[in-house]
Design a protein around this ligand. Structure first.
Ligand code: NAP
Length: 260
């Protein structure tokens, strides 16, 4: 049997009641990792945690909070205690035209998709270094490698996070603490449905037609399944992945035409 070497470790998985965050929580729980999960909606969060408890038997604490607030982050870190694995995630900024975005819109996006992750990293990294084990995965976006024109706020904020952690990852790697980005292309979640609706409204097509075209354009002929994303996260967090440092791993079915 393949052993991820993670049994009994503790992970904070942010924004994890649904979608990609939940998929990461699910995969980590399947490798024996105890979890702290968070999201703003308490009922959906608790239902998701209960399902994972039933499926895997790991210990799961839930914190209903907005992870982009200082109070939210403090509550999550307090519930966790020592953290071995941190999966940073938060809702993505809305699409739109940059002419409409105010300074406040930019600050909100940078806060949610850059500074929230930086602050959580700051909260967990020194004990990880001391413990000689730490895995930090930032869920960003394929837009880090291949910017999406309608998602300018996301392109900007996530590029900032990626640049910052690229340097930090190289400062902590010798302590067996790794920081990597996991970059989703189109995955089948509520978020992608919202983006499809936005594109449909813009182009006078039905959401079904936009989705079909998106699938057709992708070399894999489909949109990704969230389990595929969770599995990649579990690998990046595994005990044997300490040589994977400061990478941005794109999971997009080959959509971005590049050798890496
Ligand atoms: P999703 O299906 O909409 O799920 C978002 C999850 O995050 C929910 O559990 C939501 O619960 C939680 N959440 C959102 N804002 C939060 C906050 N401020 N504090 C705490 N929890 C929060 O989204 P997803 O598709 O998994 O996307 C996850 C991230 O990947 C997003 O940043 C998205 O932009 C990015 N991404 C996704 C795709 C894709 O194809 N799916 C592609 C590229 C990038 P509550 O609403 O209850 O808080």
């Amino acid at each position: 049997m393949l052993d991820f070497g993670l049994t009994g470790k503790k992970a904070v998985v942010c924004a994890s009641s649904k979608g990609l965050g939940l998929a990461c929580a699910d995969a980590l729980a399947q490798t024996g990792v105890n979890l702290v999960m968070c999201a703003r909606g308490a009922d959906t969060l608790e239902a998701a945690a209960e399902e994972l408890r039933g499926k895997t038997g790991v210990d799961i604490k839930t914190v209903a909070c907005d992870i982009t607030t200082e109070e939210g982050r403090a509550a999550v870190l307090e519930a966790a205690g020592h953290v071995d694995i941190l999966v940073n995630n938060a809702g993505g900024p809305p699409p739109g035209d940059f002419r409409d975005w105010t300074r406040d819109d930019w600050i909100k996006a940078i806060d949610a998709n850059m500074l929230t992750a930086v602050d959580l990293i700051k909260g967990v990294i020194d004990p990880m270094i001391e413990n000689k084990f730490g895995r930090i995965v930032n869920i960003t976006s394929g837009s880090v490698k291949s910017p999406i024109p309608t998602l300018g706020l996301s392109n900007g904020a996530r590029a900032g996070l990626t640049g910052f952690v690229g340097g930090l990852a190289r400062q902590v790697a010798r302590h067996n603490v790794t920081i990597n980005g996991l970059l989703p292309g189109p995955f089948d979640t509520d978020r992608i449905a919202a983006n499809i609706n936005f594109l449909a409204n813009q182009s006078d097509q039905t959401p079904e037609a936009v989705r079909a075209a998106m699938e057709e354009r992708n070399p894999s002929g489909r949109i990704g399944a969230v389990e595929e994303f969770g599995f990649a996260c579990a690998y990046i967090c595994s005990a044997k992945s300490g040589f994977l440092v400061g990478q941005n791993i794109l999971l997009d079915g080959g959509n971005f035409n590049s050798n890496g």
